[in-house]
Design a protein around this ligand. Structure first.
Ligand code: PM9
Length: 463
C-alpha cells in the first residue's frame, strides 16, 4: 500500500524565540546546575525535552477560554464546564479540581490508604508512590516482566501480571489492598500502553476481591491511540470512544491535566462514588481550595475543559504520537539503544546500553542527560536510579532494571526539524559515549531527589 504522510492538524499563529548557546556556556551551566537538568535555567536550553508536563501549546480556543474566566470564589461557571467535560469524555460522575496531579494523589491516598496497606500498580510513578508511602502504604509492582526489559517489543507493556496480583492477595489478604493503581501509558516503562483486554480482566479480578481500581489517567488519550492502532477489534473505534471505555472500567481517577489535556497547570480527582466525593470535598479545602476550584483559577479550568475535548481527537493523536515515532525511527535506524516499542510521550534512551563503562551507582542516565545538554543544548531527563530513590525500609538505593534518559516531546510545540536536530545530537553523543564520566551526589534531598539533587563528576579510578 502507498505510504501517506501525516501533518499536524493545526497551523502556527505565534512563536517563542529560542537561542543556541556555546559549548563553553553549556559546560559552565551544567556544573552550576550540579549536573541536574532540572536545575538549568530554561533560557540556557535550546530544545527543551525535559518533560511534556505543562509545556504544551494551547490552541486559540483554549486562549479564548482563558478570557472567559469566571473568578468567583465559589461556583465558577468554568468549574461546571470542567465537570461536564470530565463526565462526558471520561465518564466519571464527580470531579474535584486540584492544582496538579500530585494534589489529587495526596487527597486520594489520605482517603483510601491505611497504615500497613499495599498498593499494587503497573509500575511506580515517583509522586504517586511517595504519596502512597506518606499515607502508610507500600507500593507493589504488578506489571508484566516485559515492561522492565527495554528490548521486549510487547505491544502492551503496561499490562498487569495476574500471577503477581494473586500472589500478593494470597500473602497479605484483600482487606489490605484498598485499590489497584493503573496508569494508562505507563510513564516509567517508556510511555507504554495497557490493553483493554488486560483492564477488563483486572475489572473482573477486582470485583471478585472487592478491590477498587484507581486510574492514573495522565496520558489516557495516548493509551487509547495505541489501543486503536495495536489491539485487535479497535481499528474502527475513535480515540474518544476508547478513552470512555477505559475510564468506565475504573472506579476513580487522578489526573495531571498538564499532559494529555495541554494546559500549563491543573489537575483533578474524579470518581463515581458519592461518599468518596463527599470525603474528597472535605479534604480538598484543607490542601487545595474550595471544591469548585481546588487550586485552579476559573480561566485555567475553562482552558482545561476545552483541552480535554481537543486531546481525544483522532487527527491530534495521530500527529502527537506520529512525531514521537518519527524521532524514534531516526534514532533506531542509527543504532541508538532505545526502549522498544515506541511509547506515547517520549523516546527513552537506554543509558545502560549506551554507557556500558558506568556502573549503576555512578548514575549513567543522569550523566548521559548532562552530556546531551553539553553537546547540543537539548534538555532531557533522567529516569533511572536517581528517580527511583531509596527503599523506605532499608534506605538503600533502589536499582531499577530500566536506566533511561527521557526525550519528552511537548504537545504541539516543536517541528520535525527540531526532531532532526535532536536525533543528530543524540547520535553524536553516542559516538563519544566512552568519554562520559560517572557522577556522585554532592547533595541528596530526602524525597523526590531527582528534582533538586546535585552531583559532581567522579574522578577517574576513585569509585
Ligand atoms: N509527570 C513528568 O514529567 C512531571 C513531574 S515528575 C518529573 O512525567 C504521572 C503518570 C505523571 C505525573 C507527572 C504525575 C504527577 C502523576 N502521574 O506533575 O503533579 O507523569 O501534575 O502530576 C511529570 P503533576
Amino acid at each position: 500500500m502507498e505510504k501517506r504522510s501525516w501533518a499536524e492538524p493545526y497551523k502556527i499563529k505565534m512563536v517563542e524565540l529560542i537561542k543556541m548557546t556555546t559549548k563553553e556556556e553549556r559546560q559552565a551551566a551544567i556544573i552550576e546546575a550540579g549536573y541536574n537538568t532540572f536545575l538549568l535555567k530554561s533560557e540556557d536550553v535550546y530544545i527543551d525535552l525535559l518533560t511534556d508536563s505543562g509545556v504544551g501549546a494551547m490552541s486559540d480556543r483554549q486562549w479564548a477560554g482563558i478570557m472567559m474566566g469566571d473568578e468567583a470564589y465559589a461556583g465558577s461557571r468554568n468549574f461546571y464546564h470542567l465537570r461536564d467535560a470530565v463526565e462526558s469524555h471520561y465518564s466519571y460522575r464527580f470531579t474535584v479540581p486540584t492544582h496538579q496531579g500530585r494534589g489529587a494523589e495526596n487527597i486520594l491516598s489520605q482517603l483510601l490508604i491505611k497504615e500497613g496497606d499495599y498498593l499494587p500498580g503497573n509500575m511506580y510513578f515517583t509522586t504517586t508512590r511517595l504519596h502512597q508511602e506518606l499515607a502508610g502504604g507500600t507500593f507493589v509492582d504488578i506489571i508484566i516482566d516485559e515492561a522492565h526489559d527495554p528490548n521486549s517489543t510487547h505491544p502492551f507493556k503496561g499490562n498487569v501480571d495476574f500471577i503477581k496480583l494473586d500472589n500478593l492477595v494470597n500473602e497479605v489478604g484483600a482487606d489490605k489492598i484498598p485499590y489497584v493503581c493503573i496508569a494508562t501509558c505507563v510513564n516509567m516503562a517508556g510511555g507504554q500502553p495497557i490493553s483493554l483486554a488486560s483492564l477488563r480482566e483486572l475489572r473482573k479480578w477486582c470485583d471478585k476481591h472487592g478491590i477498587l481500581i484507581v486510574h492514573d489517567m495522565t496520558r489516557v488519550a495516548e493509551n487509547a491511540y495505541f489501543i486503536q492502532q495495536r489491539e485487535e477489534g479497535y481499528r474502527s473505534k475513535t480515540v474518544k470512544e476508547i478513552v470512555s471505555e477505559i475510564c468506565e472500567l475504573t472506579d476513580a481517577a487522578t489526573m495531571s491535566s498538564k499532559k494529555d489535556a495541554m494546559v500549563n497547570i491543573g489537575g483533578f480527582l474524579a470518581m463515581n462514588d458519592a461518599r468518596l466525593y463527599e470525603q474528597a470535598c472535605e479534604l480538598v479545602v484543607v490542601y487545595e481550595g474550595l471544591h469548585t476550584y481546588g487550586g485552579m483559577a476559573g480561566r485555567d479550568m475553562e482552558a482545561l475543559a476545552i483541552g480535554i475535548t481537543e486531546s481525544v481527537q483522532d487527527d491530534h493523536m495521530q500527529a502527537r504520537v506520529g512525531q514521537i515515532e518519527y524521532l524514534w525511527d531516526r534514532l533506531e535506524s542509527a543504532g541508538v539503544p532505545l526502549v522498544k516499542p515506541c511509547g506515547g510521550h517520549a523516546v527513552f534512551l537506554d543509558a545502560r546500553a549506551m554507557l556500558p563503562h558506568l556502573p549503576q551507582n555512578q548514575f549513567p542516565a543522569q550523566a548521559l542527560a548532562a552530556a546531551l545538554y553539553v553537546e547540543s543544548g537539548i534538555r532531557a531527563m533522567e529516569r533511572g536510579v536517581v528517580s527511583a530513590g531509596r527503599d523506605k525500609n532499608t534506605g538503600q538505593n533502589r536499582l531499577p532494571k530500566l536506566e533511561l534518559v527521557r526525550l519528552t516531546i511537548p504537545r504541539r510545540v516543536y517541528t520535525q526539524a527540531h526532531m532532526d536536530v535532536t536525533a543528530e545530537s543524540v547520535i553524536r553523543v553516542m559516538k563519544h559515549a566512552d568519554e562520559v564520566k560517572g557522577l556522585r551526589f554532592t547533595y541528596e534531598p530526602r524525597m523526590l531527589r531527582f528534582f533538586q539533587g546535585r552531583f559532581e563528576e567522579c574522578l577517574a579510578g576513585t569509585e
